[in-house]
Design a protein around this ligand. Sequence first.
Ligand code: DX5
Ligand code: ZN
Length: 219
Amino acid sequence: MPIKIAPSILSSDFADLKSELKKLEVAGADLVHIDVMDGNFVDNITIGAPVVSSLRKNSKLFFDVHLMVIHPEKHIERFVQSGADNITVHAEATYHLDALISRIKSFGKKASVALNPATPIYMIENVLEIVDMVLIMTVNPGYGGQKLIPYTLKKIERLANFREKEGLTFEIEVDGGINEDTIVDCVKAGADVIVAGSYVFDSGDVSKAVEKLKSKVRG
Ligand code: DX5
Ligand code: ZN
């Protein structure tokens, strides 16, 4: 399977999201990564469900919604209705991960789980057979433009090995500090879905940036 590129609109121009989405379509982005932050789970406050609804009316791209919020269980219905295709919740942010994953799936949506850099993989071992994707945070969540934390590469590798050993099918997504160099390390370690925010939107040419990332990991 070719590696998927998921530009994060966190680094895009929020005053012009409609044309930013258009650029991503033209660029051949595989998913749009939407970072939802509540000012509690992380310090920053970003995008809510009403904004996702408006974006939905302007794009047919796959919406990959990353919930960096406490009590994500309170918000699932709203994000389902807003047009999310995948909803990712943090293992650290909820008590009943199994129930939450099942609830997201009951709406016919993809359901994924994210881990902060310091959270070990064994925390989610038991839900690995029911999730569509695992998001390994390669920076501490909250802001774009940070540097990838090197030890997270070992986590990706461990998770990929576990997946193979157990014959599981979830995808591995990485998020934070991805550029044309670090993407190679992440894919070598076993990542399938690559989130990139500042690399794509600060480049001045979204299409070129997406193509560059793809060219680095083309098999
Ligand atoms: C970080 C967010 C990321 C962020 C990545 O908290 O979850 O999705 O946008 O940004 P870059 O690619 O600039 O590290
Ligand atoms: Zn994210």
